[in-house]
Ligand binder design. Structure first.
Ligand code: PHE
Length: 342
């Protein structure tokens, strides 16, 4: 029996030294160390031995068993470590770098403006890019054939939308959300509507058929021009710094009365006059005015009771100014090297 035990031990050492995988280890465990393994089976013979040899062989068997289990556990640990190493690879090698995505500069500006306006209590509203003639023009005081349509060269669409409406177009301005928002929410209302707009432009460094605007509207009792001026002043300071001034010059837009252009101190030259502001010290940033009574009416609002202010930032223009981008076509050309700079 002694011999038998020693042979088992010898055989065990032969195979365990060669074991490389967890599967091989499992087989070894089963064959030698399990309840039905060689060791246990051999020890069943103990009961047929005399008292003295039972004690002697029992002790030997126990020490062999302990030794084999110890060896087995050690090898198992090493094999496991090697297998993980195979999966993880060499930890001392430099890692692979994954390219990181970037927010488009227009998205950055949009987020900034949304933060400013939501902090002032405005809600953010969406409108469709495929828009009806009515919301883009007619409801904004620009009926069919009105000369004001010439200001925005429009892509008209020769199809109906899923509601069966024809007279569709690609919206030329986010002002298309004004009447939609009034009909949806009523007054009083504070809303901004960022989004993509389209015009039939011959493209060059300053003109693009697809660009972004950021509309805003506030309707309530006694909303007046001072409110508009103060609001645009606050936004200008937040966008370009505390020393930014606002000046407002008259400009015709059919859906506001009076209408004007909001200009801010050029943030590049601080008003001294430079190439970007063409020597004037001012940057034209926002169209604005008091909401025309006809527009309020189209939105189901009584102009005797309520008045409103509206404004529209050129988001694309803002992004160009802020990030010093000299060609508007870069935004739409899909070149990742452009985006990686922001
Ligand atoms: N929608 C006008 C434009 O695209 C801007 C504007 C918005 C003017 C709101 C006045 C009020 O030029």
């Amino acid at each position: 029996m002694k011999n038998k035990l020693n042979k088992i031990k010898e055989e065990f050492y032969q195979v365990i030294e060669k074991a490389r995988s967890e599967k091989e280890l499992q087989d070894i465990e089963l064959k030698f160390l399990s309840r039905k393994g060689l060791l246990s089976e051999t020890l069943k013979g103990l009961k047929d031995l005399g008292q003295e040899s039972k004690k002697e062989i029992g002790m030997l068997a126990n020490s062999i068993k302990k030794e084999l289990i110890g060896k087995f556990d050690n090898v198992k640990k090493v094999v496991k470590e090697k297998e993980t190493e195979k999966l993880v690879g060499d930890l001392s090698l430099p890692g692979k770098e994954f390219p990181q995505g970037h927010l488009n500069p227009i998205t950055l500006i949009q987020n900034e403006l949304e933060d400013i306006f939501t902090s002032l209590g405005f809600m953010v509203e969406d409108g469709p890019e495929l828009e009806s003639d009515y919301y883009n023009f007619t409801s904004l005081n620009v009926p069919p054939l009105h000369p004001a349509r010439d200001m925005q060269d429009t892509f008209y669409i020769d199809k109906k939308n899923d509601k069966g409406e024809n007279k569709l177009l690609l919206r030329t301005q986010t002002s298309s959300v004004q009447v939609r928002a009034l009909l949806k929410h009523g007054a009083p209302l504070k809303v901004v509507a960022p989004g993509r707009v389209f015009r039939n432009e011959a493209t060059d460094a300053r003109h693009e058929h697809t660009f972004y605007q950021f509309e805003g509207m506030m309707v309530g009792e006694n909303i007046n021009f001072s409110n508009l001026k103060k609001l645009l002043e606050i936004v200008g300071k937040k966008l370009f710094g505390e020393n930014t001034k606002l000046r407002m010059r008259p400009k015709f837009y059919p859906f506001v009365e009076p209408g004007n252009n909001g200009e801010y101190t050029c943030f590049l030259c601080k008003g001294e006059g430079c190439k970007v502001c063409k020597g004037s010290g001012w940057l034209e940033i926002v169209g604005a005015g008091l909401v025309h009574p006809d527009v309020l009416r189209a939105g189901g609002i009584d102009p005797e009771k309520y008045s409103g202010l509206a404004f529209g930032f050129g988001l694309t223009r803002l992004a160009m100014l802020k990030y010093n981008i000299n060609d508007v076509r870069l935004f739409n050309n899909g070149d990742i090297r452009f985006l990686e700079q922001f």
